[in-house]
Design a protein around this ligand. Structure first.
Ligand code: NAD
Ligand code: DAU
Length: 350
């Protein structure tokens, strides 16, 4: 029996985590606190919204009073904190919003947990979900390990790094029971089409140019979102208090190679002539301060907690493409209105 506050549960990863916990643990009470920014979407949660162990609350993690009310009313004993501004390009144009939600929001939650739990930290847990971007950018070799020094290079990763430091400081100073995981790039169903994979699926579908930053040589380590959710489940239940776990798939790809795989799969699924979609590839101005390479060493979580990813990349990509092609309504809803404004501004289309 647990009363768990999941923040950001209407977003991409959060919605997979909420669905996993609500279905797998009927005895747990799950409270999902989400501000429903452009990235939050209740459609992501339709299949569990009427489960008796699930409650949704629209609200801002920075709202001190709201947090206090939630902790008291629902007797919250654990937090799985995912709410964040998550897109690097948006952090370059609006860094303040990232500092507000990612740093101040995390601090408000930490403080509320400390206040509400008093000195009785027995069976309490504050689980903070973070990113591999806090470690900075790798050269041609090496992997991010849990003790790699922090070296964030974008406003997004600087804000996430700061939030990680606050979480560890609350453990060190007040003994708040915490655990942190830092994950590599996720992909899969319900990802907002501002991120590389869903953006390019949507553009290929609509015969629109595929804007590749720089030469497309940057490297990311891709993990299917349900594998991240299963890692979060394991860390939540088995992770050692005060520890950090890196999560990744040992699955490094150059952007241009990911894009070629996507083009091939899309040509096949849309019955287009082979090579059609690759013609849409357009090299554009690079992202400012673009990190060259991320790669996670996930030996610790695999050895100590027994987690490993379940899907090969090509299989995950095929599942993802199938999902976006089958869920036209979901996609059309999220790409109307504000999305067009963002897209035109980001890619200099006016
Ligand atoms: P997302 O942008 O899809 O979702 C973020 C969610 O947080 C949205 O539902 C949004 O409405 C909510 N939110 C934003 N500001 C809020 C606020 N002030 N109060 C309450 N809710 C708020 O993000 P995501 O990709 O699902 O990432 C979730 C978490 O995982 C983030 O903390 C991110 O840093 C981390 N992460 C993401 C990835 C990735 O590849 N996407 C990889 C590693 C770690
Ligand atoms: O590594 C984990 C991080 O992965 C998460 O913490 C972030 O929340 C998540 O957004 C992601 O960050 P990236 O910047 O790596 O993801 P994005 O999908 O924005 O970009 C992936 C790569 O593709 C990156 O090298 C930039 C490039 N790219 C992206 C877009 C949107 C392009 O070439 N063109 C594009 O239009």
């Amino acid at each position: 029996m647990r009363n768990i506050l999941i923040t950001g549960g209407a977003g991409f990863i959060g919605s997979h985590v909420v669905k996993l916990f609500v279905k797998k643990y009927p005895d747990y009470k799950i409270v999902n606190l989400d501000k429903l920014t452009y990235a939050g979407n209740l459609e992501n949660l339709r299949d569990i919204e009427s489960y008796p162990n699930y409650t949704f609350i629209k609200g801002d993690i920075c709202d001190i009073e709201k947090n206090k009310e939630i902790f008291t009313k629902y007797k919250i004993d654990s937090v799985v904190h995912l709410a964040a501004e998550s897109h690097v390009d948006r952090s370059i144009s609006n860094p303040f919003e990232f500092a507000q939600t990612n740093i101040i929001g995390t601090l408000v939650l930490l403080n509320q947990a400390k206040e509400s739990w008093g000195k009785d930290f027995n069976n309490k847990l504050f689980y903070h979900i973070s990113t591999d971007e806090v470690y900075g950018s790798l050269g041609e070799t090496g992997l991010f390990k849990e003790d790699t020094p922090y070296d964030p290079k974008s406003p997004y990763s600087a804000a996430k790094a700061s939030s990680d430091h606050f979480v560890r400081a609350f453990n060190n100073t007040y003994r708040l029971p915490i655990v942190i995981s830092n994950c590599s790039n996720n992909y899969g169903p319900y990802q907002f089409p501002e991120k590389l994979i869903p953006l390019f699926i949507n553009n290929i579908k609509n015969h629109k140019p595929l804007p590749v930053y720089g030469k497309g040589e940057n490297i990311r380590d891709w993990l299917y979102v349900e594998d991240h959710a299963s890692a979060i489940d394991i860390v939540f239940h088995e992770g050692k208090i005060g520890e950090t776990y890196n999560i990744g798939g040992f699955n490094e790809w150059k952007n241009i190679d990911v894009i070629k795989v996507l083009c091939k799969v899309m040509d096949k699924k849309l019955n287009r002539e082979s090579g059609q979609s690759e013609k849409l590839i357009t090299f554009v101005k690079d992202r400012a301060g673009h990190d060259m390479r991320y790669a996670i060493d996930s030996t610790k979580i695999s050895k100590e907690l027994g987690w490993k990813p379940s899907l090969q990349f090509e299989e995950g990509i095929e599942k993802t493409v199938d999902w976006y092609l089958a869920n036209k309504k979901w996609l059309n809803n999220v790409i109307s209105g504000d999305y067009l404004e963002y897209y035109n501004k980001q890619y200099n289309l006016r």
